[in-house]
Design a protein around this ligand. Structure first.
Ligand code: PMP
Length: 380
């Protein structure tokens, strides 16, 4: 720490990302990346020679084309009631002719982390509420901006009780499905939270929604206190491109844009924008990857259950597991020695657990075999 660092940051505890070893020696099941590469059209877009030449220019600060295409893609999933409303009638902003989302309802950012950063910076002066066990960055952002936060305990089975979030008088941030537990709230439960918090912003972080569960995008037409945050990092295999987006009422999107123009107007670079746009042209490819991951998740759940693990029901691309056969930290360390990385959190309530990203079927077979062998050796 230098002597120049501002006093207020001296005690800040940063977010610790999962390990990213450089040697390629490890089977990486620790950061919920996709085991599949981006689709052929997405990769072809990056090889476009014009794109390379255009890099001398700044990227589009509005990410206009991407916002338009995202609005078109996700607008189709809005509520029937919203879709039936006359154009421009909703509090959630201008409607397209078809009644879906308008580009003004979409914000794109440098990963969803950037969007979450802005949310804690600009919407939380009245305090924020989030689940006690959830994405670790929420607390870091709250500390960074000196935001008063309340952490709501989960139920014993790691599920969120929507009643805990009723009429809470502050901003709410919920990862749905939640991480690292993998548990999901239904759309009806999300709607119950929205209904009793009409005056509070409700942020639903849907980093993992494509692997199961219903997106709250369907509710953005009816609730102008809802902001849905999504990412290309998981189901669209683009963690390295850093692309996230948010959907909600035009007024909220305008506020995000305001902070973007006050910090980093060219937040989405041209290469990422081109890849992000192309990915929307091949939804079938990504849908099939999600299906494979769901199938492999189910297989892994059964295989680990057979080995004596308890697996929290997951609707994500990871599973949260524990066993009486070995300590949580010991399992993590043992697998690391065997060149497999999983994620262990040194937090008392979940110290006995590990989060395991779902890879390909072969990778998961290798994981299960390795655990089986390791536990056998432990008993000798
Ligand atoms: N939300 C949750 C719940 C996550 O687990 C992650 C990924 N670690 C993110 C947001 C951030 O994703 P990204 O910045 O890659 O879009």
């Amino acid at each position: 720490m230098s002597k120049y660092l501002n006093e207020k940051f001296r005690s800040l505890v940063e977010y610790v990302p999962g390990e990213q070893p450089k040697d390629g020696e490890y089977l990486k099941l620790n950061t919920n990346e996709s085991p599949y590469p981006p689709g052929p059209r997405t990769r072809a877009a990056l090889r476009d020679p014009d794109l390379g030449k255009r890099l001398r220019l700044y990227s589009d600060p509005d990410s206009g084309e991407l916002c338009r295409k995202l609005a078109e893609t996700y607008g189709a999933s809005r509520n029937v009631s919203a879709a039936a409303a006359p154009a421009g009638a909703s509090a959630a902003g201008t409607k397209t002719a078809a009644g879906g989302l308008a580009p003004e309802n979409v914000y794109v950012g440098n990963g969803s982390d950037e969007i979450l950063n802005f949310i804690f910076m600009e919407f939380c002066e009245g305090g924020v509420l989030f689940p006690e066990i959830s994405y670790g960055f929420y607390e870091v952002f709250a500390d960074l901006y000196g935001v008063d936060f309340v952490k709501v305990p989960l139920k014993e089975d790691f599920s969120i009780d929507p009643a805990d979030y009723a009429d809470c008088g502050r901003t709410i941030v919920i990862a749905n499905p939640n991480a690292p537990t993998g548990r999901v709230l239904s759309l009806a439960e999300i709607e119950a939270i929205l209904k009793t918090n009409r005056e509070n912003l409700v942020v639903i972080d849907e980093a993992y929604i494509d692997f199961g569960g219903d997106s709250a995008v369907a509710l953005t037409g009816d609730y102008d206190n809802l902001l849905v945050v999504r990412t290309y990092s998981k189901s669209r295999s683009m963690a390295g491109a850093r692309l996230g987006f948010a959907m909600g009422a035009k007024a909220i999107i305008d506020d995000l844009v305001k902070i973007k123009y006050a910090t980093n107007p060219y937040n989405v670079n041209s290469l990422t924008a081109a890849a992000g746009l192309a990915a929307l042209e091949e939804p079938g490819y990504y849908r099939e990857n999600c299906r494979q991951i769901q199938e492999t998740r189910n297989w892994t759940t059964e295989a680990l259950t057979d080995l004596g693990f308890r697996v929290v029901p997951s609707t994500t691309n990871f599973i949260f597991v524990t066993t009486d056969r070995i300590g949580g930290s010991e399992l993590y360390q043992g697998l690391k020695q065997r060149k497999i990385l999983i994620r262990h959190f040194d937090i008392p309530a979940i110290r006995q657990y590990n989060r395991i990203t779902i890879g390909t079927r072969r990778q998961m077979e290798y994981l299960v075999e390795t655990i089986d062998r390791m536990l056998g050796e432990e008993q000798l």
